[in-house]
Design a protein around this ligand. Structure first.
Ligand code: ATP
Length: 211
């Protein structure tokens, strides 16, 4: 059972930090694909900066040349806040026996217990935490308990079970943040080399972070 990676985010904009992590996981964990799921209406944020359709387009352009990278518009086909639990339910319905791994960065993982119906996520998928080398997952509190009950250190377990495990993996952490990209574009600078050129072109041509 080759796991499908599901990588959600606002991607406002997508950048090489996201892409490099996803690529390392694709190879290291031997995933069948990494499915990028841009959030249409992220519940944790007051709003996004670039409109949803433009964020979607930037992801589409960023992943176009990479075999094994795909984009999923399921959050654009629903109304209301884009909850991860609903996205995983949709993907699970499509691929009922597949192994599915929800990919999150450490910052997202640390906020997991605030997510809508978070305790149902492991019924639907594994959680794969991508973190910088040397970091540890929390061993106390709700996340500590989650790790004690669901944690595995063996990547093969992700290929054996369809979901239900928490696995962490060190990836090269490029110190790039969407927030900083928006700020530098807002200050009139060029974001080139922080993201694929096609994404940079969309930002420059649309002026989506200029005002
Ligand atoms: P912002 O600066 O707007 O908060 P962000 O990049 O942190 O942007 P998202 O686009 O929602 O926010 O992030 C999607 C996922 O990518 C999250 O799981 C996050 O942890 C992860 N991520 C964010 N930045 C990086 C990076 N530089 N390297 C690897 N993963 C990242």
């Amino acid at each position: 059972m080759t796991p499908i990676g599901v990588f959600g985010g606002t991607f406002d904009p997508i950048h090489y930090g996201h892409l490099r992590s996803a690529y390392e996981l694709l190879q290291d964990l031997r995933l069948s694909e990494v499915r990028f799921v841009p959030s249409a209406a992220p519940p944790h944020r007051g709003g996004t900066f670039a409109p949803a359709e433009l964020r979607y387009r930037m992801v589409e352009v960023a992943i176009a040349d990479q075999a094994g990278f795909a984009i999923d518009d399921c959050e654009f086909r629903r109304d209301g806040p884009s909850y991860t639990v609903d996205t995983l339910t949709t993907i699970r319905e499509e691929r009922n026996d597949a192994s599915i791994g929800l990919i999150v960065g450490m910052d997202a993982y640390l906020g997991l217990t605030t997510w809508h119906r978070w305790d149902e996520i492991l019924d639907l998928a594994h959680v794969i935490v991508a973190h910088r080398p040397g970091w540890q997952l929390p061993e106390t509190g709700d996340l500590g308990e989650l790790l004690a009950r669901h944690g595995t250190e063996d990547v093969e377990d992700l290929h054996r079970a369809a979901g239900g495990l928490v696995y962490h993996h060190a990836v090269t952490q490029l110190e790039i943040a969407s927030t900083e990209i928006r700020e530098l574009v807002g200050a009139g600078k060029d974001p080139r080399f922080l993201m694929p050129d096609g994404v940079r072109d969309i930002i420059v041509e649309s002026g989506c972070y200029t005002n």
